[in-house]
Design a protein around this ligand. Structure first.
Ligand code: DC
Length: 226
């Protein structure tokens, strides 16, 4: 199926940059589908742990991923029919996702699944390599980021808001570790695509970030027509 005419907005950036919230709101505003690619890596980390597979074992992790039935329904994530949305959101699974994500065989195993999210009228895809590897032909590429202290503070407030245990210094260290791993890996490292727009959100509200993306998307569409 050739779906290359279906528009994609790629939103990449580091952990806790707010890109999930922003990307979902952009998708809602445009009536587009939404792909949370980080959730896929989190599900794999979760499934590997359940099967006693070490996150460092590249081949075993990739083989495990190929057996999984992963579904997204109404903002919930299902693994083999079970709702595991809450379980994959823990800091442990964030770390696990970042560790399994370094493996090229796993990344290759998840490519088709991600391409299947590209459906009319369009897709907003959020991750680390959406604009560089998975959807290099995306209509609009955004690299959404914020300073590490800002991101740590956001994550801290998010956890406290959910009445979950949170320690700011631990979160800061955890983010630094994940950033270093996500940027330093050989396979599809976190980086800004050459044709991406940088969106620094330290001093932007969620609504401002969403509106900036929507405005730029409209602009691209108009330029394409003329
Ligand atoms: O966006 P997130 O925090 O849910 O992602 C969890 C981890 O998954 C992240 O630290 C790196 C990895 N990941 C990736 O390597 N490629 C993606 N497209 C999305 C996430």
């Amino acid at each position: 199926m050739n779906n290359s005419n279906i528009p994609v907005i790629a939103v990449d950036g580091p952990s806790a940059s707010g890109k999930g919230t922003v990307a979902q709101l952009v998708a809602d505003a445009l009536g587009f589908s939404y792909l949370d690619s980080g959730a896929l890596y989190r599900v794999v980390a979760f499934a590997a742990k359940q099967d006693d597979i070490a996150w460092s074992d590249a081949e075993a992790v990739a083989t495990c991923a190929k057996t999984l039935d992963i579904q997204f329904k109404n903002d919930q994530v299902y693994l083999n029919g079970n709702d595991i949305s809450e379980q994959i959101r823990t800091e442990e699974m964030g770390q696990g996702a970042s560790q399994v994500a370094v493996h090229a065989p796993l990344r290759a195993a998840l490519v088709d699944l991600q391409h299947h999210f590209r459906k009319a009228p369009g897709l907003v895809a959020d991750g680390r390599d959406m604009g560089t590897v998975i959807f290099p032909d995306a209509e609009l590429k955004i690299f959404l980021t914020a300073s590490t202290p800002t991101r740590a503070e956001r994550r801290y407030k998010q956890l406290i808001g959910k009445s979950l245990p949170a320690n700011y210094d631990d979160i800061l260290l955890d983010l630094q570790e994940r950033d270093a791993r996500d940027k330093g890996r050989a396979s599809a490292p976190l980086m800004m695509a050459a044709d991406a727009m940088l969106l620094e959100t330290d001093h932007l509200t969620i609504t401002e970030a969403v509106n900036t993306i929507l405005k730029n998307y409209e602009h691209k569409k108009l330029n394409k027509k003329s």
